[in-house]
Design a protein around this ligand. Sequence first.
Ligand code: GLC
Length: 645
Amino acid sequence: MFSSPLSFSEKHLLEHFETKIATAVPERDILRARLERYLPELLSGLEVYKPSQTQLEQLLDVFITHHSTRKASLRALDLERLLAPDWFERPETIAYVAYTERFAGTFQGVLEKVPYLESLKIKYLHLMPFLQPRPAPHDGGYAVQNYREVRADLGTMADLEHLTAVLHEKGISLCCDLVLNHVAMEHEWAQKARDGNCKYQNYFHFYPNRTMPDQLEQHLPEVFPDFAPGNFTWDETSKNWVWTTFNTWQWDLNWGNFDVFLEFADTILWLANKGIDIFRLDAIAFIWKKLGTNCQNLPEVHQITQALRSVARIVAPAILFKAEAIVPPNDLIHYLGCKEHFGKVSDTAYHNSLMVQLWSSLASRDTRLMTHALRRFPAKPSNTAWNTYLRCHDDIGWAISDDDAREIGMDGYAHRKFLSDYYSGRFSGTHAKGLVFQENLKTHDRRISGSAASLAGLELALENNDARQVELSVQRLLMTHAIVMSFGGIPLLYMGDEIALLNDHSFLENPEMAMDNRWVHRPAMPWQTVAKLEDAKTLQQKAQQQMQTGIKALIEARVRTPHLHAAIESHVLESPNQHVFTFQRLHPEGRLLGVFNFSETAQVLPAWWVGFEHAINQITGKPVHLEQGLLWLEPYQYLWLVATN
Ligand code: GLC
C-alpha cells in the first residue's frame, strides 16, 4: 500500500499481525493500514531500545487488545479527526485549565459547569491531575500511585468515562496529565522494586552507594532546591539511592528499559479508550538520563516521543500529545519536532518563552527583548500548535537566555534579577504582588508564584482603592490575553483568570500545602462572585466584570478570525516603537497585524509602517483611523488589524 520497501522488522511484524488477527477483530483492515503507515516511525523511534522480536510482538499485542476494545463512538472520532487533521489548530480551539475540585468539586460537578464552559466557547478542557496520587503531599497530583484509577474524592472511572462522552457530545476534548518522568514511591512498581524484585528495580534508577549519584550530581540542576534539594534519595528498605529529580517521594522511571515504554504505551491506550483526547506529557524533558549531561532534552527523549506518538496514531489516532517541557528557547522547538522528528513528536507544546517574555515586557515596558527572542524562534511544523498562555498552575521561571539579552545590549543575569525583584514586590514602584518560589542560593535564581491579576497590579491597586490603577491593571491583563489569543496556537485560559482572581493565601492553613506557595495561584472558583458580576457594585466586582467582558470579546473575535489558524506562523516584527509589540500573520485571506502597547502611556506608530490604507480592528469590528500619518495607541491598547474589504 505504501511505496517505500518494508524492512525486515516491518515485514516480520506485519506477518505476526496477520497470524494474530486471523480471528475477528473489528476494522481489521483499518488497523493494518495504520500499522503499515506508522511502522517506520515507530521502529526508528524504538531504536533507542534495540527491541527483540518478542518485545515488538508484545507491543503488537497491546495494539490489538486496545484496538479491539475501542468503543464505536471513539472509532468514529478517530475517523473524524483523521479526516480533519487540523481539528485542534483552528481558531475555534480555546482551552480551559482547572483543578476539578476547585472548579466544580467532582466530575459530576464538571458536567454541571458545561454551560459555563460553553459560554466561554471552550473546546478543550484540561482537568489538572486526577489519576490516583499517593496520599498528600503529592505535588498537586503529580505523584501518581495508580494510572488506572481516579481520585476517589472526584468520582469513579465510570464517572470519568461518562464525563468524556458528554464532553464529546458538546464538542469539548478532555486533557489528562500523564506523568512520564516519575511515579509515586507508593506505586505498585516502586513497592515491588523496594521489596527487591529485580524486574521492577530495573524500572527505576537504583544505586547501592553514592559513587554514581555523586558523579551525576555534578551536572544536574535542582528543580526544587528549597524543599527537595539534590536529585537522589536514600531508600532504607532496599538500601539503595533512588533517582528523585523532583520530591523525594517521586521516583524517576528508567525510560532506558523497554518494559517501561511498554507499560506507558499500554496505559495511554487504556486511558484513550476511556475517552481521553489529549495527554499532557508531564516533565517529558527529564525522561532520558546520561552521565555528564544535565539529563534534560536529550535526543532520546524525542525518539521515545516519536515511538509513543506512532503507538497513538496506530490505535487511537483521535488523541493528541501536549509536551510539558519548560525549557530554554533553543531546546523547546524540538518538542514539536526538528529534522528527522519534524512533525512526528508532540502535537502541541507549551510556549514557555512567549509567557516569560510577556511578563518581562510588562515589567520593563520595553518589547525589544521579547521581539528579539521570538524572532529567533525557528518555524514549527505546520501540523503542530503552540499552547499559548499567560499563567498556569506552576511558578514562572525566568527562561531568558544570556545570548538573547546580550545581543540587544542587556545583561541576562541582571534582567532576571530585576524580574524576580519586580514580581516579588521588592522593586520600588512595582505594581506586582508575587511570591518567591524556590530561591536557589547557588545560582541566585528566584522563580515567582502569583495569580495573573496579582502579578499585573490588580491586587495592589484594589488595596490602595486606586480606580485608575485598577483600570490600568485590567487593561494590562486584557492586552496580554489578546496576544495569547492571537499569537498562534491553542490559548490556554487558566481557571479564574477570566474574572481576574487574586492571590489566595488560604493554602497556608493547610500543612500539606503550606510549604509550596504555588498554591497561592490555585484558588477555588468563587461561583457566587461569578453570579453577581452582572450587577457589579464594588471596584473589584467592576474590574472582574470588565475582565470577563473583555475575555469574551477576545474569544468571540478569535473564533471569527481565520488568520489565527495555528498552521500559520506569527512573524514578529521589529517595531519602530520599543513600547509596542507587533507581529503579522500572513493568511491566504489577507494579513493580520497584531499591535500591543506595553506601556501606560499613549504611543504611536507611523502609518506607513502599519501598512494598511483602511483597516479595522478585528476585535471590535470598528475602523481604525490612521490620522496625520500616525496610528495612535491608548495605554495598553491592543489591536488585531485587518484590511477593510
Ligand atoms: C510539572 C508540573 C509541576 C510538577 C512537576 C513534577 O512540571 O507542571 O506542577 O511539580 O511536573 O511532576
